[in-house]
Design a protein around this ligand. Sequence first.
Ligand SMILES: Cc1ncc(COP(=O)(O)O)c(C=O)c1O
Length: 283
Amino acid sequence: MSRPSFVSRNGSFISPQEASVSVLNPAIYGAYGVYESMQVVGGIVFERSAHLRRLAQSAAILELPLPADLPEIGRWIEAVVARAAVPDCTIRLFALGPENGGDATAYIWPQPPTRYPADYYRDGVSAVTFEARRYLPQAKSLNSLASFMAQRQARSAGVHEAFLYHNGAITEGSNSNVFAVANGVVLTPPESEVLSGVTRDVVISLAAERGIPLRESPLPLHDLPQWDECFITSTSRHVMPVTSIDGYPVGSGGVGSMTTRLRALFEGYFAAYLEREAQLMRG
Ligand SMILES: Cc1ncc(COP(=O)(O)O)c(C=O)c1O
């Protein structure tokens, strides 16, 4: 993670050196904290309200008291974007557990945007499967050792992502949501089993709007040979095709037409969102 030149702590700017927490903080010994990553393009935070809602949901699951209401945290985010003074960045927000009772502390900072090579989208990426499950999967919490170990497995296998599986079914990527396409139907694991990704939610709504058949359904490992397509979604990736899993091609091994269609729909929505917000900002 690259070092920012400043950090916001509950809305006040401090130096990165000051942005430290004690070993006595429950964020350290209990992974008691929640976080968000947001994509900023042209100074606009994509789906800021959805990220704030999810922050509140994650905090509620952990019974973690946030330090301010969502509109106020939204203003802290905008202040960080303004101070970063770069058109594009990723905003990281961590709400870390209170040390002596009381509320969590929110740390927010900008970092360079994550970009992926064009061939990831043209040819698709590879994934491996990894047996693990995140604790309280509906929360974006600091308790992410399962994802960390899965990412390590992916790196050592030389592939882009690792799919977590549990009780014989794939739930989610280490930091992405997983979709499969089989017999013309888009399938993704139910919300109760995964982090409800902001990108996932947009894809599900777009599919519903366009009458594309999509079902929330478990993804048993033994169905993998029947998949025609696979893709993952996340804030930094948007919709990214996966064309090989555990060394086996998915379907024909190329990027499928449903993935291409949903990716185009997502990019259209993304561009329209930014344009709408830019117009609002211009007044
Ligand atoms: C476990 C997990 N699932 C899904 C996602 C994707 O969520 P989003 O689309 O909100 O970035 C992430 C993002 O980091 C994640 O960590």
